[in-house]
Design a protein around this ligand. Structure first.
Ligand SMILES: Cc1ncc(C[n+]2csc(CCOP(=O)(O)OP(=O)(O)O)c2C)c(N)n1
Ligand SMILES: CC(=O)[C@@H](O)[C@H](O)COP(=O)(O)O
Ligand SMILES: [Mg+2]
Length: 637
């Protein structure tokens, strides 16, 4: 060990340009320092730790060998991009990750030129990289296009659509398969088994030595050396035939933490000048931080934590989460009905179906990151006589929309959609907002669309969905804790299309859809002090609407206000349509529909995001006063 003082290398890196000319030894040191910085930063912010730790060496090697931003480095999902952000001029802001006004937790074009393509939903990186490659070859910006995609993301059909096209086009394109044998949960599917065979069948260590030997020929005349190295590598591999059949050169598997291998392979690949290549890198999720490596999810998502102990600092919960309420409720119904089955798309823990998986493994299916398949698979289950609950986050349901229309709605198949993370979700920001599901479901003939106002309503809606065999039915609920209301012992099955009165008042009626009801009640308390007592009702259904309730409220009040955690085109729009069709507006009813604004709202706390959206209690109060003010003026006149 030299007695030289340890001179931090990371302090010298403000952009990747500062890494050029560093020795391989310095790059190895840089990786160690980058790992420590990543752990330190995430201990302050919380976030996606494990994936980033798994690509520290890869990130250093990529930025050492390639020339971003001219070369486009595109991270799939991009939850692993924190080391990349530290090396690309954002170290000073890395402790603002996922906070209001801070750095996004994912790559974002508007945040940095080193983020050529935004992500957060998985399996888009190869398509995007191919787009850059074709644009380059058609005279656009130069540079390499490099996609780094995980083994989990490789379970989505979109990745194969992209590889199929890339292999056909034959453009120079670099894909790095970051294989850590983890999705959020352990991976499922035949693809995962195939990838494992690619490095289980070959004495991986012998291959490593052979690969190093072969590549140490570099930097002889690159073409000759590279060809020899590539042939050696290729013949040494156990055959990435699937990828080669798709037109890719397959190179690997290599050790994704071995800086020497990474640098040599990337330098070799950079020197080549032909078609698409897939480098198969074996990594460990959570690498280098024992608490993450020990965790069942390998540190996929973590709250703020103590770096020394790894102990997470989670805020105490006052009520069960909506997800746990859904999961427990479904388990009860499944106990009495063997036809009830469940489908998740790689999110067993996030949707609460992990408990269902433990209890009823034969009728619980984790299909991988494959929402399109999840929806049509559920349609097949329903057509086959079962009662499938397809549990998807609202934002990820977007990926399976055509399947919802074409395979479920048109055939009026009784698929039950448990739509979690409805509305604004907080730290994950705009890419994960559940803003559009009511707008894109309530316009489908035969669909039943519900929103739970609280956790007691949620269990009633699970019961209603379990009993509904007449066609597709969806119920939505937000991320996080419930309202802390009393839970019904035996939740009743709701009458389809019937809302409920909450409190009688006068002049203004507020018709709430979903959990904004809590904010409505807070607004009413404030209004009470001003001598204003709105009528409050909970719609429960956006489809079918409770026509009688709506017309009764409209007839008995000067003004009607709807409130929902969704974008325009949802519940309020359907109410407006009904009122217009019934000619109610001809008689002077004042109508306001409170919806999410026509913008994508960046990450913050959910409350702060709803402040930006103008949908908290004070905004609802102001809306009542505004419409009352108009009503009062006209009344006086
Ligand atoms: C379309 C879509 N579905 C689900 C998710 C949720 N999700 C985020 S990361 C992840 C697992 C990704 O696994 P992998 O690609 O192997 O990356 P790793 O975390 O192992 O680095 C999932 C399912 C998502 N981001 N996008
Ligand atoms: C990166 C990704 O898409 C998931 O990890 C997502 O962040 C999970 O969201 P929740 O934290 O709401 O389960
Ligand atoms: Mg993985």
């Amino acid at each position: 060990m030299s007695d030289q003082p340890h001179t931090p290398v990371l302090d010298r890196v403000h952009t990747p340009a500062d890494m050029k000319g560093m020795s391989d030894a310095e790059l190895r040191q840089l990786a160690d320092e980058l790992r420590a910085e990543t752990i330190s930063a995430v201990s302050v912010t919380g976030g996606h730790l494990g994936a980033g730790l798994g690509v520290v060496e890869m990130t250093v090697a990529l930025h050492a060998v390639f020339d971003a931003p001219k070369d486009k480095i595109i991270w799939d999902v991009s939850h692993q991009c924190y080391p990349h952000k530290i090396l690309t001029g954002r170290r000073d802001r890395i402790r603002t990750l996922r906070t209001e006004g801070g750095l996004s937790g994912f790559t974002k074009r508007s945040e940095s030129p080193y983020d050529p393509f935004g992500a957060a939903h998985s399996s888009t990186s190869i398509s995007a990289a191919l787009g850059f490659a074709v644009a380059r070859d058609l005279g656009g910006e130069g540079g390499d296009a490099i996609a780094i995609i995980g083994d989990g993301a490789m379970s989505a059909g979109m990745a194969y659509e992209a590889m199929n096209n890339a292999g056909h086009l034959g453009k120079r394109l670099i894909v790095i398969l970051n294989d850590n044998e983890m999705s959020i949960a352990p991976p499922t599917g035949a693809m995962s088994s195939y990838l494992s065979r690619l490095y289980a069948g070959e004495p991986f260590q012998e291959f490593k030595a052979a690969a190093k030997g072969a590549i140490s020929l570099l930097p002889e005349p690159f073409r000759e050396g590279a060809k020899r190295a590539k042939d050696v590598l290729k013949h040494m591999t156990v055959g990435g035939t699937l990828f080669e059949e798709l037109g890719f050169s397959y190179l690997g598997p290599i050790d994704g933490h071995d800086m020497e291998q990474l640098l040599s392979v990337l330098r070799t690949v950079k020197a080549r000048a032909d078609g698409p290549i897939l480098i198969h890198a074996i990594t460990k999720k959570g690498k280098g931080y024992a608490p993450a490596e020990r965790a069942s999810d390998k540190g996929h998502a973590t709250a703020k934590f103590d770096v020394i102990t790894g102990e997470q600092k989670k805020a105490p919960s006052n009520a069960p989460s909506y997800t746990s309420v859904f999961a427990e409720s479904l388990l009860k119904h499944a106990a009495d009905d063997s036809k009830i089955c469940a489908v998740t798309a790689a999110m067993p823990d996030g949707t609460g179906l992990n408990k269902f998986m433990e209890r009823y493994a034969s009728r619980c299916f984790d299909v991988g990151i494959a929402e399109q398949h999840a929806v049509t698979f559920a349609a097949g289950l329903a057509a086959g006589g079962l009662r499938p609950f397809c549990a998807l986050y609202s934002t990820f349901l977007q990926r399976g929309y055509d399947q919802v229309v074409h395979d479920v709605a048109i055939q009026r198949l009784p698929v039950r959609f448990a739509i979690d993370r409805a509305g604004l979700v907080g730290a994950d920001g705009a890419t994960h907002a559940g803003s559009f599901d009511v707008a894109f479901l309530a316009n489908l003939p035969g669909f039943v669309v519900m929103a739970a106002a609280d956790e007691a309503e949620l269990v009633r809606m699970v019961a209603t969905a379990a009993a509904h065999d007449e066609g597709p039915i969806a119920f939505r609920f937000p991320r996080g804790e419930g309202a802390g209301v009393e839970m019904p012992e035996n939740p009743e099955v709701l009458e389809i299309g019937k809302g409920r009165m909450i409190s009688e008042g006068s002049r203004v009626a507020i018709l709430s859809f979903g959990t904004r009801l809590q904010e409505v009640m807070k607004a009413c308390e404030a209004l009470q002090a001003k001598g204003i007592t709105p009528t409050v009702a909970d719609a429960r259904f956006a489809k079918p609407l409770d026509r009688d309730l709506i017309l009764k409220l409209a007839a008995a009040h000067e003004a009607l206000i709807t409130v929902e955690e969704g974008a325009v085109g949802g519940f309020g729009s359907h109410v407006a349509q009904l009122l217009a069709d019934e000619g109610v507006f001809d008689h002077g009813l004042k109508f306001r529909s409170m919806v999410l604004p026509d913008t994508f709202i960046d990450q913050a706390s959910p409350k702060a995001m709803y402040d930006v959206a103008g949908m908290n209690a004070e905004h609802i109060e102001a809306k009542v006063l505004e419409v009352m003010g108009v009503a009062t003026l006209e009344k006086r006149a």
